[in-house]
Design a protein around this ligand. Sequence first.
Ligand SMILES: C[S@@+](CC[C@H](N)C(=O)[O-])C[C@H]1O[C@@H](n2cnc3c(N)ncnc32)[C@H](O)[C@@H]1O
Length: 308
Amino acid sequence: MTNEVMRSVFSLGELFDTIDWVCERCHARYVSILRFKKAKATMPKKPSKKKQGTPERLMQFGFAYAPPLIIGAAVSNKVFDTLESGGKTIEQVSKTTGASQRGLRAVMNALVGLKLLKKNRHEKYSLTPESEAFLISGKPGTLAGFFAMASTHLVPDWLHLNEAVRTGTPPVALNQEATGPEFFSVLVENIIPMSYPAAMVLGQSLGLANARKPVCVLDVAAGSGIWGIGLAQQSPLVRVTAQDWPEMIPITRRITQKFGVADRFTYVEGDVLKANFGTDYDIATLGHILHTEGEDRSRKLLKKVFGW
Ligand SMILES: C[S@@+](CC[C@H](N)C(=O)[O-])C[C@H]1O[C@@H](n2cnc3c(N)ncnc32)[C@H](O)[C@@H]1O
């Protein structure tokens, strides 16, 4: 199985062919640029017209913090959930949610501007296909929880960026057991929609549905367990060992139960570098972990898991 899997994912021949192809294309493009430059150098020069810039793009960056907070405020005040049953006026939304009419008007008009709500001429607001699909809480694939985290868990850490740049130290060391679980226990379920489709595609491209003997998967830093879940759903022959800190494992357990695959999961508690997750896996996934581990620990982890 290991070899089959490895062949289908990492065909080195194919990889080098691709690199060669890219290099050839780059080379051809480089030569044609040089030719073009040479030809241009011999042409009479036109008087240069400098493009007049506008600050539009920068101004958009300047307020880019606002949309996630606006969406988060609407989620937290149940605006999208309230509109699921049909279009409503500000007064009606206020009555159902208990939020102020003034606040709702500001946020809901901003959402119209962001094309996440529609407003008709009778001042009734309704969902768009996008907000209906992804911003109603409790729906599979919802991002409601992720946006609700913007003001509580995401933006507050970004506010320390100046200091982090000056000192080279993050505001919170998320890769430490003393501080990490508080953040990750809120995050992991909310980012399931980010990885679930990719985990399913991974399972399909590995051909797991055709497995004839047990396939052992190691899901390192499993969190919700979504990478292992996506693979386990491909075949009853897939068995997953999910590793995370002890505080996180009850969450992993609950979510694997929710997806109906818990009976094929075993759990290993501990730090990624210290936990003993054994050997002889056919597949190992490291979902969204290296970026918080830093280079040294990531190299050690890759060596521990893959022997690189
Ligand atoms: C960003 S979440 C990713 C979860 C999941 N793999 C995914 O892709 O959705 C990172 C996970 O790694 C765990 N984690 C982070 N640093 C860790 C460490 N040093 N040892 C053990 N687990 C760690 C966190 O508890 C969290 O569940």
